[in-house]
Design a protein around this ligand. Structure first.
Ligand code: DGL
Length: 274
């Protein structure tokens, strides 16, 4: 048993999809969620910038004495996971490997589609890990820079014209390739799953990177006897961006008001200080 909190971070609200999955599996865990919204979107930054920002996120969570850090961001995982693992005294979990394992296990026609941010597709981590598991699998990767920004702004209704247009812009290569499994490689994308799924048609399987990783983290905590028994635990949320935007979009996403547990904090300076 370990009653310390689990630290979760993302560049924005997308990581809440992963944090919610984790809370559903382990309701007694206390979660400290950091959204580096000031620096959103990570997906349009360079690898060096993503490493630097992720380091500061890690430091913030470590100051809160967490027992593990969950990088609920495909972009930070693809670009910075190894650095974070080296620098962290507690275990660090990313969202790429578990999604890859699930996708490789699920595909029947050996054609996997990947939807992710520009920086994740550029890093090539998803593709490399799929290839390491099977050289026979064909991967069609598509960067979708508008998706995360739309979700962050609360635009993810399946009837919304902007959503429909963006899906029609990004999805054709995956449809043409005939993929039977799609990795939603950015933690913002599960909010768009319904409209993506309608576009792709029947019979396609979707894997949310954040949810797959939450399942893996849950297994790890159970197997290592590190789960919490904090019956009355509440999550804490921190954002380096706008309090109002985070609270409003979180309300749309989660259908509950998290503002009593949300704190707006100053963006981190170069040394990671508040
Ligand atoms: N949620 C982040 C991810 O999983 C991406 C959003 C961003 O571009 O910052 O990749």
């Amino acid at each position: 048993m370990d009653n310390r909190a689990i630290g979760v971070f993302d560049s924005g609200l997308g990581g809440l999809t992963a944090a919610e999955e984790l809370s559903g599996l382990l309701p007694d865990e206390r979660i400290i969620y950091l959204s580096d919204s000031y620096n959103f979107p990570y997906g349009e930054k360079t690898r060096e910038q993503i490493i630097e920002m992720s380091r500061r996120d890690l430091r913030f969570l470590l100051e809160h004495e967490v027992k593990a850090v969950f990088v609920a961001c495909g972009t930070a995982t693809s670009n910075a996971l190894e650095v974070l693992k080296e620098e962290s005294p507690v275990p660090v979990f990313g969202v790429v490997e578990s999604a890859v394992c699930e996708a490789v296990g699920l595909t029947e026609n050996k054609k996997i589609g990947l939807l992710a941010t520009t920086a994740s597709v550029k890093a090539g981590t998803y593709k490399r890990l799929i290839r390491e598991k099977s050289m026979e699998i064909e991967v069609t990767a598509k960067a979708c820079p508008k998706f995360a920004t739309m979700v962050e702004d609360g635009v993810f209704d399946k009837e919304d014209e902007r959503v429909i247009r963006a899906v029609a812009e990004y999805l054709p290569p995956l449809k043409q390739a005939g993929v039977d499994t799609v990795i939603l490689g950015c933690t913002h994308y599960p909010l768009l799953e319904e409209v993506i799924s309608e576009y792709m048609g029947e019979g396609i399987r979707f894997i949310s990177a954040g949810a797959a990783a939450a399942r893996e983290l849950c297994r790890y905590l159970r197997e290592n006897n590190l789960t919490s028994e904090n019956r009355s635990s509440k999550a804490e949320y921190y954002t380096t961006g706008s309090f109002e935007n985070f609270a409003a979009t979180a309300l749309l996403m989660l259908r509950r008001d998290i503002s009593p547990y949300l704190k707006g904090i100053e963006p981190f300076d170069k040394d990671g200080n508040l």
